[in-house]
Design a protein around this ligand. Structure first.
Ligand code: 13P
Length: 249
């Protein structure tokens, strides 16, 4: 069982969202994989109520605020996203960290808010190209992981990790399966050290960064890779399905 998740970022309004679900026929791919789409918040309601959406395609929100309500113009709380029908929440995506200057402390607050309101957090970690060149991959991803996991402090419930090297996002450049495996191994070992072997083994670790139908099978069969988080290639139903068909074999 692989997790195949699509992060639509700031693409796909409500009409395009309905058209996507009308065109997406997941068939047997949904029996072999856990399928999740993260539409923009404004399209979440359309995704939930799309008459053509196979209910096996679950939905998530791309970002949440850590407070439930308040004077936070433009923000969405976890409780509100859950009310609309989200089941998952991306937290700490690289664009949130690097474009919107989100800190590890904020990521930790968001992870807790998601968990407390019944959303499964998908905690994103990943190094920049400069950090990779400086041989700091482990240091960076472990710092990001520890901030999120320690905030959950034992009452973690289910959560997922997504390793998305920043240099591979939207660039067409993909980490090699060996690079992905090595980072995932580092993350899994940290989960084992902090939460125990059972939690480490049941926490899916996804790879993200220029995943497409042509490279999905190779990445998904790499050791320690439990799924993929797909940006650009998840916007097209055929391409998303192509990736899903590569999973869970
Ligand atoms: P791309 O697949 O477009 O590189 O984006 C990856 C990503 O950021 C998914 O969250």
């Amino acid at each position: 069982m692989a997790v195949i998740a699509g992060n639509w970022k700031m693409y796909m309004g409500p009409a395009e969202t309905r058209a996507f679900f009308a065109a997406l026929q997941v068939g047997a791919a949904a029996d072999r994989n856990e399928l999740i789409i993260f539409p923009p918040t404004v399209s979440l309601g359309a995704a939930v109520s799309s008459p053509d959406r196979d209910p096996r395609v679950q939905l998530g929100v791309q970002n949440v605020h850590w407070e439930s309500t308040g004077a936070f113009t433009g923000e969405t709380s976890a409780i509100m996203a859950a009310e609309v029908g989200a089941k998952f929440a991306l937290v700490g995506h690289s664009e949130r960290r690097h474009v919107f200057a989100e800190t590890d402390e904020e990521v930790a607050l968001k992870v807790v808010a998601a968990r407390d309101h019944g959303l499964v957090p998908v905690v994103c970690v990943g190094e920049t190209l400069d950090e990779r060149r400086a041989d700091r991959v482990e240091e960076v991803i472990l710092r990001q992981l520890r901030a999120a996991v320690s905030a959950l402090a034992g009452g973690q419930g289910r959560f997922l990790i997504a390793y998305e090297p920043v240099w591979a996002i939207g660039t067409g450049e993909t980490a090699t399966p060996d690079d992905a495996s090595s980072a995932h191994q580092t993350l899994r070992a940290e989960l084992e050290a902090s939460l125990g072997i059972a939690a480490a083994l049941r926490t899916p670790i996804l790879y993200g960064g220029s995943v497409k139908p042509s490279n999905a099978a190779e990445l998904l069969s790499a050791p320690e890779v439990d799924g993929v988080l797909v940006g650009g290639a998840s916007l097209d139903p055929d391409s998303f399905l192509g990736i899903a068909l590569a999973g869970g074999g």
